[in-house]
Design a protein around this ligand. Structure first.
Ligand SMILES: *Cc1c(COP(=O)(O)O)cnc(C)c1O
Length: 365
């Protein structure tokens, strides 16, 4: 095995934070501006227009200076009344945690569980909705721990039969890599963070929010303060935010959205699908299995079932010396799986470079 070369940049194949282009990082080094002035309003308006294209909505995309977790709290608080219930669809670590967030905000939570690695199916959801009325159903579209993409379209069809039930969707590790038509599907909250498939540093979260969701929020007297959707929307209409936002990251978002729109959203989604396909083919070809259920593989992250029992730590050490890193399994799946992200600004050539290095490691392992 050749002596490891020193590298000053380790390319991230982890499902967040993801790779960020050098010039996007540098956008954050612009001079500060006041957030109560015309320059900021122009920046906000520019970002807002482009975000609406990315979220496929004509309504509004709220801007939160927090990570995605903050908007979990916001969605749970604003969309579920105290004397009603919320149904959380759980099939991995992140969906489990969102249910916990609702509970800790004093909401009455029911959980619909399926085995980790499996996707939620519309039939079970239909059954659950027949038994109990819900203010909202909370769905994690892309379970970053298991590499499963839930069948959102089919589930939306089921929930739509209950006009009082809002549809809350966490798209944190997928929005920007997969088409989610907010208006077309009739979603109520669609939230993401900057540091995953959008290919930006961490520090902001965005959520498309429907009129219905805002109407619901008005019926919740204690929505908290920082994540109050009505307050965020009210200021958003004036191209502003209630509290001081992460201005630097808004500059970076503005420019990154230019890149995304220049690539073309459809082309971008196709690139993600292609990289996902390459990754699955590599994993199977190298004698591993896929942890995610057939037919429900994520376009942005692959959770590899480590049936060869390779030492993930040693593998990552080998990669790191070559300027790359991937992710161990998440939570209870650590060691049993490892995860390869193929999202944001990673390109098919980058994926091939990773597979070549992994093959070299496995030859010596
Ligand atoms: C990363 C992740 C989160 C948490 O987002 P933060 O921005 O870290 O708060 C939530 N949901 C999913 C699916 C994720 O992948």
């Amino acid at each position: 095995m050749s002596e490891a070369v020193k590298v000053d940049h380790v390319r991230l194949y982890i499902p967040g934070p993801t790779e960020v282009r050098r010039d996007i990082l540098e956008e954050q080094a612009r001079w500060m501006i006041g957030h109560r002035g015309a320059d900021f309003e122009a920046l906000y308006a520019s970002v807002q227009g482009k975000l609406r294209q990315l979220f496929y909505t004509n309504s509004r995309v709220l801007v939160s200076t927090s990570s995605g977790t903050g908007l979990w709290e916001g969605a749970s608080r604003n969309c579920v009344r105290d004397d009603r219930r919320v149904l959380h669809l759980v099939n991995g670590s992140f969906s489990e945690r969102w249910a916990d967030v609702s509970q800790r905000n004093g909401k009455q939570v029911d959980v619909l569980d399926v085995d980790w690695g499996k996707a939620h199916k519309p039939e079970q959801l239909a059954e659950a909705l027949q038994k109990q009325a819900y203010d909202a159903v909370a769905i994690v579209l892309n379970e970053t721990s298991t590499g499963v993409k839930n069948p959102l379209e089919a589930m939306v069809e089921v929930i739509r039969q209950y006009p009082d039930t809002l549809i809350l969707v966490d798209a944190v590790s997928i929005l920007g890599g997969y088409k989610i038509d907010f208006d077309g599907l009739g979603l109520d909250v669609l939230l993401t963070s900057t540091q995953k498939a959008m290919g930006l540093p961490p520090g902001l979260a965005y959520a498309a929010v429907s009129d219905r969701a805002l109407e619901r929020a008005k019926q919740v007297p204690y929505r908290g303060y920082y994540f109050d959707f009505i307050e965020l929307d009210k200021m958003g209409q004036k191209n502003n935010t209630p509290a001081t936002p992460n201005i630097s990251l808004l500059y970076a978002t503005d420019k990154q959205l230019d890149y995304m729109l220049a690539e073309g959203l459809e082309a971008r989604f196709a690139r993600h699908e292609r990289m996902a396909h390459m990754t699955r083919a590599w994993a199977l070809g190298a004698g591993f299995q896929l942890f995610s259920e057939e037919g429900y593989h994520s376009p942005t992250v692959t959770t590899v079932d480590n049936v060869r029992n390779v030492d993930v730590k040693a593998m990552n050490k080998f990669l790191k010396a070559r300027g790359m890193t991937l992710s161990d399994g998440y939570g209870k799946l650590k060691g049993r799986t490892f995860r390869i992200a193929h999202m944001g600004d990673l390109m098919p050539d980058h994926m091939q470079e990773l597979f070549d290095a992994l093959d070299a490691f496995l030859k010596g392992a």
